[in-house]
Design a protein around this ligand. Sequence first.
Ligand code: ASP
Length: 301
Amino acid sequence: MRLILHGGAGPWEKDNHPQVLDGMKRALIAGWEVLRGGGSALSAVEQATIILEDHPLFDAGFGSFLNDMGEVEMDALITDGRNRDFGAIAAVMQVKNPITLARLIMQNSGHRFFVGAGAEKLAVDYGLRLVPNVSLVTEEEFIAFQHRLTNADAVIPPGRGTVGAVALDSVGHIASATSTGGSPHKKKGRVGDVPIYGAGGYSDDRYGGASSTGLGENIMRHVLSKQVVDRIAAGVSATEAAVSAAEEVAAHIPDPEVGVIALDADGRLGASHTTAHMPIAWIDAAGDLHTAMTGPYPLEA
Ligand code: ASP
């Protein structure tokens, strides 16, 4: 069994590092409890992601960045390595835990990807309660949004990131989850990499799984998560796969601002980022818990 999480690639304000890592740790413990209880990789990545979606310091669920119309618009993707399956949603505005809706869509809808009001209608059909958009807005983000509105050259403050998880369960299944409020002050209707299967996340029990973060436009162009798993399938370690795939993006796009976490079918972990930080949390082979703000990370080879 293995579990690795990320809290978003980007610059993170130093003052926030302890709270960020504490949030990551709590999410890791929640996901690990699922795995230790014999739960599936899918349930573990969902559970860990829910904790991070509910945490105000991450750009997913409560705490999402506002778009240029002052709204929270969220995207999420869950992938199931058993049969290369996925569920995705985009531009959802009234769902507290988008990752749960993505899973329900994969398992129940007969389809795989829903957007906006249609996704929210399904949420109601599946018994999820819709929440007011404003209930997902933190006071800090509301103040920052107002500042951006009146200051065309306002600098987006560092901190808050997309969240992601990859797990290997006791019977060898691999799953990934990725959830985001998107990039800060994005145009309404803009969708990034997160819900795009193979870009925001990917898993295949035979090889491994990955979850990406950073500038979605660059991640989509390189289908980053699938790239990482393809490299593992070709025989390199999860660490090498994550590092070389991120380097390839950087070779094509200067300062691409991307990051990725990965694990392989043997439970070896990998993570890499081209940004100042990418908080991650992981459980090692001995079952010990670790967190780190910035790579290179002391993961297994
Ligand atoms: N990848 C996300 C997006 O472009 C943002 C992030 O990971 O920070 O929507």
